[in-house]
Design a protein around this ligand. Sequence first.
Ligand code: NAD
Length: 498
Amino acid sequence: MATEIGHFIGGQTVASKSGNTSPIYNPTTGEIQAACALASKTEVESAISAAEKAFPEWSSANPQRRARVMFKFKELVEKDMDNLARMLSSEHGKTLPDARGDVQRGLEVVEFACGIPHLQKGEYTESAGGGIDVYSMRQPLGVVAGITPFNFPAMIPMWMFGVAIACGNTFINKPSEKDPSVPMRLAELMMEAGAPEGVLNVVNGDKLAVDTLIEDPRVKALSFVGSSDIANYIYAEGARHGKRVQAFGGAKNHMIILPDADMDNVVNQLIGSAYGSAGERCMATPVAVPVGEGTAERLIEKLVPRVQTLKIGPSMSEDSDLGPLVSGPHRDRVKAYIDMAIEEGQELIVDGREFSLQGYEDGFFMGGTLLDHAKPEHRSYQEEIFGPVLQIVRAENFEEAIQLPSKHQYGNGVAIFTRNGSAAREFAQRVNVGMVGINVPIPVPVAYHTFGGWKRSGFGDTNQHGPEGVKFWTKVKTITQRWPEDVQGSEFVIPTMD
Ligand code: NAD
């Protein structure tokens, strides 16, 4: 029988009693390697109770103490990097170096959160009125939860709990049922780092677990990252239940290539951002937009041999460019989008549908695919494919190139490649997308800035990590104080500061 991954509640691993599980595959071999428990309502409630019990002590711990736990956690995760990367790669299918990057990008948010004594400082105004001082403080919210996707099982939980816990909240992570082992291990390491029991909990589960988190009044805030329909659902339902919610969704990021761009550099960057992690990144580049006459031909000439020679291999091999997709049904969905694109009239330049890796015929592999002449009205262009598929949409001029990502339903990231500073500047100012790269293909902001897409890529008004993260995970209290030496007279008119 496959090992069952349970939950992490109140400082320890607990076996699930729900009787429901979901299979965890090794995408390289296609075999089931473990089972993920799907929590019952009672199990989720016990995690909420554990977090609620831990809150008074943790929220009143001084900020240096919370920071020290984060410093220690960072050290422990660094020591455990190889183990975490192997666990991650074997369940997700991304290559080992990419899995290390997943852990590292999460750790950068933890590094940021180590500065919490400074970040959570309030503001003070002396003598705002006669003998009156005004100050504000940022207090934690209470029990909070993060619902995370399969594609970054280390980075995205750390984006959330790194900042939330440092701010004094107690946290429940509901990871993806496809790759729950890394979030479970991170919770163990957080305990080892000195966080009290119940500060970081993990409940594995499906919609039932998520709905319990949404409905329980003890949970004060929800952070979600995943696909857009579910992000929208969580945003609406969370708000209906009176919670603070941020919910990030899908993406269809464009790379705009102006005629003056260095085409060798463009191709080097594009090949990694379109096909790395088998295209299963919310900041991948599944759309290339060559602008002006002849640019598409120059791009295609250099790109095709690179797509044809991508090194597709077992996820654990150090030198694969990309590994398998996360599951069989997901790979079939990606292939169905390629069929759709062909029916819509796109030209199939490189076909990855029939790819099979010798010795791993049951793995969820597919080859890199390149399609030309995608059009804005094509459904396969409008929707997120989330696989190793790059679509070329040709734009006649700069204006058309700005309009393509601006009018798309998603607005996560976009990149422009050019040598023209004023064109790049105008593009960055005008484009209707949340994160912009200028000669940078995957513009994921560093931890001390902030991550968040626009339109159907992001619901809510506060981003992940950076100062915005501290804002999301805390509420402001403002105090107006006076220490009069004499008895004050009554006032019937609203006080003003003359
Ligand atoms: P998903 O939406 O299927 O699942 C995300 C989480 O929601 C998981 O924990 C899952 O168990 C839970 N969930 C699934 N169905 C649910 C339902 N009906 N009700 C409540 N909860 C439910 O997403 P995924 O396949 O794990 O991840 C890939 C998606 O995430 C892609 O669309 C990708 O673009 C997006 N993503 C976005 C960002 C971003 O920052 N914008 C980052 C990473 C991934």
